[in-house]
Design a protein around this ligand. Structure first.
Ligand code: OOG
Ligand code: MG
Length: 259
């Protein structure tokens, strides 16, 4: 796949996002769509967002828990890039107008207080984490039906990212056991899922290391937000929902959904 084809697909997916109009999968019309080409489409899509004045603030890992892999029928971790325009502040609102078929999911997030260069050991990764937050990711696949896509399709679509929120409350890694954080996902005040952070690749820290590997050990600056991937399946959003991720020892992230 040449550069022009990569850019054309990135532009097509951007239009579909901006116009909230779902589209057929890229792999339907490109038999030779490789994972490498898909990450190039993702990067070209992020370049288009930077041209619109957005800034990169972090990265999101996806498909890091068995629950999510089974929900989507895909079995390898992937990443996407987060920009400032995707971020909603804690207790803020998400407007459904302008989105296709959004879903929310609970995640553990880190903010790095040191840059990472190369592939860190678990101890080195832990030392780079400045704070641990509860997070909510809002996904909005641009593909028809939000399902049956391939790994290449989802990666090209920036791993379905739409919006995200991290809790204002945080804990320092030294105050926690990041591998066994209790996670509670609530809708309208009612717990719908309860789990423990080790469902995310054995530890959310392993998800950070996996991101470094997928990103070929390229520099990740201090201040970067890392969403480590959903610990449970995602729920479809409806107007007036209140979504919360509560993490023991950390705090709660709250999102209000509006029309
Ligand atoms: C792919 C993105 C997965 C996660 O946390 O597992 C993801 C999708 O489900 O559309 O963000
Ligand atoms: Mg996610």
């Amino acid at each position: 796949m040449n550069d022009d084809q990569i850019k054309t697909i990135a532009k097509h997916l951007q239009n579909s996002r901006i116009q909230a109009k779902d589209t057929s999968k890229i792999s339907d019309s490109n038999a030779d769509f490789t994972l490498d080409a898909a990450y190039q489409v993702q990067a070209a899509g992020i370049s288009l967002r930077l041209l619109e004045g957005e800034k990169i603030v972090g990265a999101k890992m996806g498909l890091t828990s068995k629950a999510k892999m089974e929900q989507m029928g895909l079995h390898s971790p992937i990443y996407g890039i987060l920009t400032d325009r995707m971020q909603i502040h804690d207790t803020g609102n998400l407007e459904l107008a302008g989105l296709i078929h959004p879903k929310a999911e609970p995640e553990v997030a880190f903010v790095l207080s040191k840059s990472i260069n190369g592939i860190p050991t678990k101890t080195e990764a832990l030392q780079a984490i400045g704070s641990v937050h509860a997070a909510i990711e809002v996904l909005d696949s641009r593909y028809i039906g939000f399902k049956y896509f391939s790994l290449e399709d989802v990666v090209a679509d920036n791993s379905s990212s739409s919006h995200f929120l991290i809790s204002e409350a945080f804990a320092k890694p030294s105050e926690l056991d990041i591998d066994s954080l209790p996670i509670r996902f609530k809708v309208n005040g009612k717990t719908i899922e309860e789990t423990v952070s080790n469902v995310v690749l054995g530890s959310p820290i392993e998800s950070l290391i996996e991101y470094c590997k997928l990103n070929s050990g390229k520099l990740i600056p201090s201040g970067t937000i890392i969403l480590t991937g959903a610990a449970t399946t995602a729920v479809p959003l409806e107007p007036n929902m209140k979504i919360e991720t509560e993490i023991g020892g950390v705090g709660t992230a709250t999102l209000n959904v509006t029309e």
